[in-house]
Write a protein that binds this ligand. Structure first.
Ligand SMILES: [Zn+2]
Length: 342
């Protein structure tokens, strides 16, 4: 064997990071922290979005990708509540992250540090979906594959309102959508258009949008993404997507993807410790229960001398009503919940 062949054999024997992170069923039981970049990193102290809430349902549950940084999970819960108030029937949640992030066995270059989430552009049905339906139900393709334009019969003002609501949060830095959806917004949004800056055209994203929040406090080793340009992004960069160039067939379709190559050596060194850390005590202990910090507190070191009241002190600023977990107030006649006409 030549030296080069020996080296290649050694490299191929190295376990892939996707296999190691893909095997983890629970998060590392340490305070929440993201390491590295959206497409090359991992995170600790993750919490799970419950499978169901009053205003959302988790799709494709068998993938076990309903994990995120606590800030992300609480923001999804908030968006689901705000969206319902805006007239959207509730959110269907796609992939967030694996319990400790890292590269995935299938799909997604990013979603590795707990700060990315896919949310379907299909409204939540009125009746609860079964486990089997969540695995098999198809999302609605919003964009014509030939013209790359939004199918007008499917698009509603509520779709635009949902994206505007998601973009309104200061934590949200980018929302990835299909170029056809970006164009639809560019062509139709009136009044305040400043939020269009965060809406970024990208391949795919024709049945869901991808919400990305910035690096969170307490994550000094989280690598920030460059800020988006200050304009609405409706000019030349969008026009490029409606040329032939972005849609040319891949010249090398069989080339390995990043997830097939990444080893632990390619990830931030802290990811070794994230992988080696012991599991959170139970799924229940790390499932988000509303009120921002609640689930994160559940995995913190036990402090028996502290009075019980201080355990929830992180929630003091949040009134009970500001959570989808709080009981629905008695308001007599139920409010109408309009749904998009598709
Ligand atoms: Zn995504």
């Amino acid at each position: 064997m030549t030296l080069a062949a020996l080296a290649a054999a050694a490299i191929s024997a190295e376990p892939r990071a996707k296999d190691l992170f893909g095997a983890k069923k629970l998060p590392a039981a340490v305070p929440a922290q993201s390491f590295g970049f959206y497409s090359k990193g991992c995170f600790a102290g993750g919490v799970a979005l419950p499978m169901d809430g009053p205003t959302w349902e988790v799709m494709r549950p068998s993938r076990n990708r309903r994990w995120g940084h606590p800030a992300m999970i609480s923001l999804i819960e908030k968006l689901s509540r705000d969206a319902v108030a805006d007239g959207w029937p509730g959110l269907l949640i796609g992939d967030i992250s694996q319990p400790r992030g890292g590269p995935m066995m299938t799909g997604h270059a990013s979603h590795q540090i707990g700060l990315d989430a896919d949310i379907w552009l299909t409204p939540m049905p009125r009746r609860p979906l079964t486990f089997a339906e969540r695995e098999s139900m198809s999302a609605t393709l919003m964009v014509d594959e030939k013209t790359h334009l939004v199918k007008d019969a499917l698009w509603t003002p509520q779709h635009a309102r949902l994206l505007e609501r998601a973009a309104s949060y200061p934590e949200v830095e980018r929302i990835l959508v299909n170029p056809g959806i970006k164009k639809k917004l560019c062509d139709t949004v009136t009044g305040d258009r400043s939020w269009l800056r965060k809406i970024r055209p990208f391949w795919g994203h024709d049945y869901h949008f991808h919400m990305r929040i910035g690096c969170q406090p307490g994550s000094p080793d989280c690598k920030r993404q460059e800020a988006t340009p200050a304009d609405d992004g409706c000019g030349k960069p969008l026009a490029w997507w409606f040329t032939e160039e972005p849609w040319r067939p891949n010249k090398n379709p069989d080339a390995p993807k990043a997830r097939d190559l990444l080893t632990m050596a390619n990830l931030p060194t802290e990811c070794q410790a994230v992988l080696a850390a012991s599991d959170a005590p139970s799924l229940a202990a790390v499932t988000y229960q509303g009120g921002g910090a609640a689930a994160a507190v559940a995995v913190a070191e036990p402090q028996p001398t502290e009075p019980a009241e201080t355990i929830s002190s992180g929630n003091a600023a949040l009134p009970a009503a500001a959570s989808a977990f709080a009981p629905t107030p008695k308001i007599g006649i139920p409010l109408p919940r309009p749904r998009p006409g598709n």
